[in-house]
Design a protein around this ligand. Structure first.
Ligand SMILES: [Zn+2]
Length: 307
């Protein structure tokens, strides 16, 4: 059964001369590497490679943070890891349940890695369901990709060590980018994988999240003693990367609270809060209007609850 499954996953993908992701690991700290995805939406042209995934080398094996958009991507990421060291992948941690971050899981499960993720994965991800990624990529690019359950669900905090390195998986706030965002840190080395709590170079999506929770999570990250931080999307990895996201969120919060004070209706809000200084960031045209509407709803509800 296992062998048959392995055959189905990888050889079909390879034999179809699957999309070549041209993955090149970038070293961001000692033993820490990331594949940085394009600052775009999912498309057939980018094969879903619009997400950052990372891996950490230890003496006993690799820890992977987010497994990417499909089986072929994971297969190619693994091949790159093996060029660095012939070591097994022992853990795969999913930062949240959006499908660009975990659809490579089945590949690593076949390699006997332990899959770790948030409660929202267990709640929202059902084997056999059709994902947004599958809809956009189509059958050929999605070949061999399966939905598999997690081995370990993290509700608040989970720590483990591997090959001399200590890892901590934490849920920082109730709701930031989603209701189940996990961050992964290597405290002794000052490295943090923030998932989609942190975007840079492109606008975030607030569709499933909370502006108030997102700002709170950024506050926590800024107070952590970290030297290298990588977000789910965006190329920067220095400690100051929270700046763009914080600016966008706090300016939007202020503008919408002000508009609510002045009884601006939902129909008018996107015209009032267009924040042109963010037009230079990728995906402004796709995401900004919707973010404004989502934040309007959230803040309006907060005000109602306070009254
Ligand atoms: Zn994402």
């Amino acid at each position: 059964m296992m062998l048959k499954y392995l055959f189905l996953c990888c050889s079909i993908v390879v034999s179809l001369a699957a999309f070549d992701y041209h993955l090149q690991p970038k070293r961001i700290a000692k033993d820490v590497y990331c594949f940085f995805g394009a600052l775009e939406n999912i498309s057939k042209q980018n094969g879903g490679n619009m997400v950052n995934t990372c891996f950490v080398q230890t003496k006993e094996g690799f820890v992977v943070i987010d497994s990417g958009p499909n089986c072929a991507y994971a297969f190619q990421a693994y091949a790159q890891m093996q060029k660095i060291a012939k070591l097994p992948v022992k853990y795969v941690i999913n930062t949240h349940d959006h499908d660009d971050h975990w659809l490579g899981n089945s590949f690593y499960k076949e390699k006997d890695a332990l899959l770790i993720g948030p409660l929202t994965y267990e709640q929202n991800i059902v084997p056999g369901m059709q994902t947004r990624m599958e809809r956009v990529l189509g059958e050929r690019l999605f070949a061999g990709t399966k939905i598999v359950p997690l081995d370990k669900v993290v509700k608040n905090r989970y720590g483990f060590s591997l090959g001399g390195k200590e890892f901590v998986v934490t849920k920082l706030v109730n709701k930031a980018h989603t209701e189940g965002d996990l961050v992964v840190s290597i405290p002794k080395e000052g490295v943090l994988f923030a998932g989609d709590i942190l975007f840079n170079g492109r606008l975030p999506s607030l569709r499933d999240g909370s502006i108030l929770g997102s700002i709170k999570a950024l506050d926590i990250i800024d107070q952590m003693n970290v030297k290298v931080v990588v977000g789910g999307h965006g190329y920067l990895t220095d400690k100051n990367i929270t700046k763009m996201m914080r600016g966008y969120l706090t300016q939007m919060k202020r503008a919408i609270l002000n508009a609510l004070d002045n009884d601006v209706s939902m129909n008018e809000i996107t015209k009032k809060v267009n924040m042109p200084q963010y037009k230079k960031f990728k995906l402004y045209d796709v995401l900004h209007r919707r973010n404004v509407l989502d934040v309007y709803r959230e803040l309006e509800l907060c005000i109602e609850e306070e009254e």
